[in-house]
Design a protein around this ligand. Sequence first.
Ligand code: PBG
Length: 334
Amino acid sequence: METLSSFPARRMRRNRRDDFSRRLVQEHQLHASDLIYPVFVQEGTHEVTPISSLPGIARQAIEPLLHTAERCLELGIPALALFPVIPQARKSLDAAEAWNPDGLLPRTVQALKRRFPELGLITDVALDPYTSHGQDGLIDESGYVLNDETLAALARQAVVEAQAGADVVAPSDMMDGRIGVVRRELDQAGKIHTRILAYSAKYASSFYGPFRDAVGSGQSLGTGSKETYQMDPANSDEALWEAGLDLAEGADMIMIKPGLPYLDILRRIKDQFKAPTFVYQVSGEYAMLQGAIQAGWLDEKCVWESLLSFKRAGADGILTYFALRAGEWLKAQR
Ligand code: PBG
């Protein structure tokens, strides 16, 4: 007769029994160097303006922002992603403020670089903070976003950002051909070291709502939609197609956005191209978790789990509004 102890033959729980072996068999780890902290930059000196749909996140003027940057460096977070809040009076149909070398974003990049040259700075390339209609590109009379006319504007914007000191420019506009045009114009301006992080798989998502509140593009956009350029959430082969084009045009890194609802896309792109692949845990994902944590419905550990899911799915790095908090947990663990 079979003894009880020989069944089950494989005991998966043995490795889970003690802390030491749980740690030894752990496959994925989150490090501070995986994190990118997105920040909202506003005019002024000391102003900090909370964003109600992003509890715990605020628009920051330069002084508090310098403080935030210093905190990131202390925690080992390699880079900030900057998003400017442009005053309504500076928005226009042609988005000209986007390539104003004395604009809010270039001035902020210069100030951060002067103080913290070793901190990586990533700037967005897209016109939505600058257009009076909130679209990422220039529009025709019918409101359709024009591709090729927008490319020229994006390239000017990218060059101004790079000249101000941005280390990485990140086109998030989803126009066709933008990576090639931005690379060519950067090279022509002598900015051969400026990296391009391409938002290759950027979906037309409802999870961007709080971000649009934060930069004030939601109000301008009104009932307008971005589905003539951002991707259909129903598609995944198309994301590979987009990533392949962006890499061929000169992208140095790829972004998938949003994160949690698109883990399958992250895994497929990483497997297919083996390029540096990043994921954006967007504002709505943050709001969802943070709201439930604040209501007492979820334990804060759910954040950790969400970040690990990105690592498991193949992310080399994660853009997340939880970056500072995760950095603090990691430091406390050391
Ligand atoms: C657009 C842009 C978006 C985000 C960053 N840049 C999306 C959009 O408004 O369409 C969203 C990021 C987030 O939700 O955290 N260029």
